[in-house]
Design a protein around this ligand. Sequence first.
Ligand SMILES: [Ca+2]
Ligand SMILES: [Ca+2]
Length: 173
Amino acid sequence: MKKITAFLIILLFLVGQGYACNKHNDAPSPAEVALDDAYNRLYTQQQMMATQSEIITIQEDVISMLEQEVIDVTCPDLYYFSTEKELVYFLAQDKTNENEFVETTYDCDDFSFDLVNNAKTKGYIIHPEVLIEQGHMICWTLVGNKVYLIEPQTDEYIAISNLDKEVNNATNK
Ligand SMILES: [Ca+2]
Ligand SMILES: [Ca+2]
């Protein structure tokens, strides 16, 4: 009889526990609801961040591409230099002359083409110039009516001659 009573007590206890569990599952506590809600919000925020991050990456790629296009595009409004001061200012702010000389891989032609391309991005016309006898490349441009030679490795320049006898700005465009 004692065994039966003990068995019944244990059985009642287990049923009670099961009932409590079921009741628990049917009606989550406010803390559990809040936790679930917090998890859901965290997940949503993480998804949004991932999406935003992808959008930012795509936007950065687009900006890089457009920046390169702006550099590459041949600007229809390129001009020669109006004054020597303008040329001096351009050469001073441009960093081509600070590049490291490397035999054949970054030598006179590379300095020259870099200066030409950098000038283009600033709206200026500078040409590369081959000095055949010296086997050397430098640059040239116009300042007003004068032809200027530029050594892109040092920023040195020299006015060598007038383009026309009469100064005529219209020829500079
Ligand atoms: Ca410079
Ligand atoms: Ca070279």
